[in-house]
Design a protein around this ligand. Structure first.
Ligand SMILES: NC(=O)c1ccc[n+]([C@@H]2O[C@H](COP(=O)([O-])OP(=O)(O)OC[C@H]3O[C@@H](n4cnc5c(N)ncnc54)[C@H](OP(=O)(O)O)[C@@H]3O)[C@@H](O)[C@H]2O)c1
Length: 393
């Protein structure tokens, strides 16, 4: 590809890209953008957990060099699906790390849950530019993760729509002039439901988010509003700001993706239709911009934007996340691990909806806060919290 700059012809190399979690909601949206601009990207590595068919189809379609399936039992299936393609195949958790270690300029971290931590850190440690969707990385290992980003000269561009919004309007060279970050939240599908009705909701009702089409785990997190709690912790680690300066505001239309208020009382916001391809495109092209096919925003059609304070009685997850962030040490790891267990139990019919946050609260109460210095400390605290959560729910 060639670009004309002031009469000179400058060659522009395609960007090499790896997608960890390519078969999920974020992964598929990333693939969609790449498919629309094939000449701008080369696919290095793709990964999935179980979805062999989709992984193999993506790898063939985009001519990836490596396809990794995390579930080692599915190695043979993937190998058969890709036979004759020349695409390398690997399986297991070590292979996920190998995928992240491949020399891609840009890595999408879109594995769900704490399982994404080790491979994402691997990409960070080789100084890659990482589009970070996996918020659980920062919740469970925020300080270690951000220290590694700095130490290895990696670049982190947030993909979560709220953090992408803040990133776009945060004046990093005047961080001391920021008074507040206002994280917006849709309020999820049960924003107006009373507690008795919330106790009876089914997994099918809970995954049906009113504005966003997302994977099952984050959809449940949005319904309990734990997602906003995790995002609070994520924002604390990404941006140079203290916990009390981060506020949460319910905005059911999901048009204003978040805001930053400065000392002169100016509030800067980023707006857009709720379509993850916009923040993904921003992260892929940063510091430039690329086209995204997301619907264009028509404020006249929407008519009005509304706002309200979150209800901490019906959505205790928000309170628990803030308390865990304040407690520090292992508390956010416990919060995240207990939540992953409880969400899984809810999705498989073993827990009621309100019991998700109750399980997280009981696990936090039953787990003393310990200091966290290393990745091994994170893994140990994560494992202990998972066991504790299983025993209290
Ligand atoms: N979806 C959104 O709109 C959105 C927005 C903001 C942030 N995020 C964050 O982005 C991350 C991904 O969300 P998502 O909605 O795309 O999730 P998803 O649809 O459930 O996809 C998760 C991806 O991770 C893979 N995966 C699952 N468990 C794994 C494991 N143990 N080891 C290796 N790979 C594993 C899945 O493979 P299989 O397909 O084979 O299961 C899939 O490729 C989450 O951290 C979420 O909070 C998502």
């Amino acid at each position: 590809m060639a670009l004309e700059v002031a009469g000179l012809v400058k060659s522009v190399q395609p960007k090499s890209v790896s997608i960890l979690g390519s078969t999920g909601s974020i992964g598929c949206n990333t693939i969609d953008l790449i498919t629309r601009s094939r000449d701008k990207f080369n696919l290095e590595a793709l990964s999935a957990n179980n979805n062999v068919d989709l992984l193999a189809a993506q790898a063939r379609d985009l001519n990836a060099r490596l396809a990794v399936i995390a579930n080692p039992d599915l190695y043979r299936d993937l190998k058969d699906s890709l036979s004759g393609s020349g695409i390398e195949v690997a399986a297991g958790s070590e292979a996920l790390i190998e995928a992240a270690a491949r020399p891609a300029d840009w890595v999408m971290a879109a594995i769900v849950g704490a399982a994404g931590l080790a491979p994402t850190l691997e990409a960070v440690r080789r100084g890659a530019t990482v589009g970070l969707a996996n918020k659980e990385c920062l919740v469970s290992a925020g300080e270690i993760f951000m220290n590694e980003v700095e130490h290895h000269g990696a670049t982190l561009v947030p993909v979560d729509s709220e953090h992408s919004a803040i990133f776009q309007v945060f004046e990093f060279d005047q961080a001391d002039k920021v008074e507040r970050i206002i994280l917006t939240a849709s309020g999820g599908p049960f924003r107006t439901l009373d507690k008795d009705s919330m106790a009876r909701v089914t997994p099918e009702q809970a995954v049906a988010h009113p504005n966003w089409d997302m994977g099952a785990k984050i959809s449940i997190d949005s319904a309990t509003m734990m997602n906003k709690g995790l995002e609070l912790i994520e924002a604390y680690h990404i941006f140079p700001i203290d916990e009390p300066q981060i506020e949460i505001l319910v905005h059911p239309q999901s048009v204003i993706h978040s805001m930053v208020e400065y000392v002169d009382a100016s509030v800067l916001a980023q707006l857009g239709a709720p379509d993850m391809r916009t923040p993904i495109a921003y992260a892929m092209a940063w510091p430039e911009r690329m086209a995204a096919p997301s619907p264009r925003l028509s404020l006249a059609e929407i008519g009005s934007l509304t706002f309200e304070m979150p209800n901490l009685d019906r959505f205790p997850a928000l309170r628990l996340a803030r308390e865990a962030l304040r407690a520090g040490g292992s508390a956010p790891i416990t919060l995240n691990a207990a939540n992953e267990i409880a969400v899984h139990q809810f999705l498989t019919g073993q827990l009621g909806f309100l019991e998700i946050s109750e399980t997280v609260e009981k696990t936090l109460e039953a787990t003393p806060v310990s200091s966290i210095h290393t990745l091994e400390d994170v893994m140990q605290a994560d494992e202990e919290a998972r066991q504790k959560a299983q025993s209290v729910c």
